[in-house]
Design a protein around this ligand. Structure first.
Ligand code: ADP
Ligand code: NA
Length: 330
C-alpha cells in the first residue's frame, strides 16, 4: 500500500467507551481507514501495568473490540487486533527497554501522574516502562503517523528518539513516526463540570456520557448539562465552556459547522439546543448499542475477526522483529 501507515491503540476498560473516547479518538480512527493503511489494537498488555482481574480483562478486551467494530472499524479496511495476540510487542518492548536511559524513562510525566494515583509503593516497573512498550507498538509496524492527543506527545518524542538511536547505532531499521495531532475541538468536557475533561476516572457520573448507557439516561444527562446564566448560544470555549462543549459535540455528531448551529439557535434558549442534542445523541447511541450487543452475543465471530487481525498484524511485526534481532546480533 502506498498510503501512509497509522498505528493507534485503546485500553480495554471496564464498561463502555465514553463520548470523549469516541469523539476524541475512535471517530478519527474510522475516518483514517479510508486515507491510511491503518493498524488499530486493543492494548491489553498496557492494561496489566495496573492490577487486573483475568476474567474481567478478557471480557473488557472483547467489549472494547466489539465497540470499535460497532463504531465503524471495518476489518476489510483496517487491521484490528489485540496486542497480546502478537507476541512481537513484548519482544521488541524488551529491546527498546535496553535502549532507553533510566533518566530518560524517569522524565515521562504520565508515570508520575499514574503512579501517584496508584500510591508510589504499589506502582509496578511495568507501569514505569509502559511508554517504552508504546514505542515498540509503534515501531513494529513502521508507522508513519500516530494519532495522539496532546497528553501523549511526549511518548511520540520518545519513540522518535529511540528509533533514531537504534538506526544510528545498528543501521536503518525503523521508520521515524510523526504525531498526527487530533484537532482541539475533538476534546470533550464533563457535562456537569466543563472545566474538566470528560474522563472515566475524573468525571462525575452525571457528567460522563457512557456510550452503552440506556439512551434515556444519556438524553437526561444532556438535558441537564451545566451551561451558564447567559442565554446566548455562541461558541466561546473560554467564557462559555458548557455551551461550547455542547456545540462541539453537536457539530461533530451531525457534521454541521458550529457557525451554522449558532445561526440555527439564534434567539432560542439553551433548552431548545439541549433537547435537540439529546435527540441527536439518542439517534447515535441506539444503533451503536445494538451493534455492540450483536458482536458480544456472537463471541465466536468476534474472536475469529480478532484472530484474523492478529495474523495480518504479525506478518508485519515478525518481519520488523527479525530484522531488529539480526541487526543487534541476536
Ligand atoms: P480516560 O481519560 O477516560 O481514562 P483514556 O485515557 O483511556 O480515557 O483515553 C482513550 C482515548 O480517548 C485517548 O486517545 C484519549 O485521548 C481519548 N480521550 C479520552 N477522553 C477524552 C476527552 N474528554 N476528549 C477527547 N478525547 C478523549
Ligand atoms: Na488519556
Amino acid at each position: 500500500s502506498d498510503r501512509p501507515r497509522v498505528l493507534s491503540g485503546i485500553q480495554p476498560t471496564a464498561g463502555s467507551f465514553h463520548l470523549g473516547n469516541y469523539l476524541g479518538a475512535v471517530r478519527q480512527w474510522v475516518a483514517l481507514q479510508e486515507s491510511h493503511d491503518a493498524f488499530y489494537m486493543v492494548v491489553d498488555l498496557h492494561a496489566i501495568t495496573v492490577p487486573q482481574d483475568p476474567k474481567e480483562l478478557r471480557a473488557n478486551t472483547r467489549l472494547a473490540a466489539a465497540q470499535l467494530l460497532a463504531a465503524g472499524l471495518d476489518p476489510e479496511r483496517c487491521t484490528l487486533f489485540v496486542q497480546s495476540h502478537v507476541p512481537e510487542h513484548a519482544q521488541l518492548g524488551w529491546i527498546m527497554n535496553c535502549l532507553t536511559g533510566f533518566g530518560e524513562a524517569s522524565r515521562m510525566t504520565q508515570f508520575k501522574d499514574k503512579s501517584a494515583k496508584q500510591g508510589a509503593d504499589r506502582a509496578t516497573v511495568g507501569l514505569f516502562t509502559y511508554p517504552v512498550l508504546q514505542v515498540a507498538d509503534i515501531l513494529l509496524y513502521q508507522a508513519d503517523q500516530v494519532p495522539v492527543g496532546e497528553d501523549q506527545r511526549q511518548h511520540i518524542e520518545l519513540t522518535r528518539d529511540l528509533a533514531e538511536r537504534f538506526n544510528g547505532r545498528f543501521g536503518e531499521t525503523f521508520t521515524i513516526p510523526a504525531p498526527y495531532i487530533i484537532r482541539e475541538t475533538a476534546k470533550i468536557f464533563d457535562l456537569q463540570d466543563p472545566a474538566i475533561k470528560m474522563s472515566k476516572s475524573a468525571s462525575t457520573p452525571k457528567g460522563l456520557v457512557n456510550l452503552l448507557d440506556d439512551p434515556k439516561v444519556t438524553a437526561k444527562k444532556v438535558r441537564s448539562a451545566v451551561t451558564d446564566t447567559d442565554t446566548v448560544i455562541r461558541f466561546d470555549a473560554e467564557k462559555k465552556p458548557g455551551i461550547s462543549n455542547l456545540l462541539g459535540i453537536y457539530s461533530t455528531l451531525t457534521g454541521t459547522a458550529v457557525t451554522d448551529l449558532e445561526q440555527k439557535y439564534e434567539g432560542k434558549g439553551y433548552g431548545a439546543l439541549k433537547t435537540d442534542l439529546a435527540e441527536v445523541m439518542v439517534e447515535f447511541v441506539t444503533p451503536f448499542r445494538a451493534r455492540t450487543q450483536e458482536y458480544l452475543d456472537d463471541p465466536e465471530t468476534l474472536d475469529a475477526l480478532l484472530a484474523k487481525g492478529a495474523e495480518k498484524a504479525r506478518t508485519v511485526a515478525a518481519e520488523t522483529l527479525a530484522r531488529t534481532y539480526d541487526r543487534m546480533g541476536l
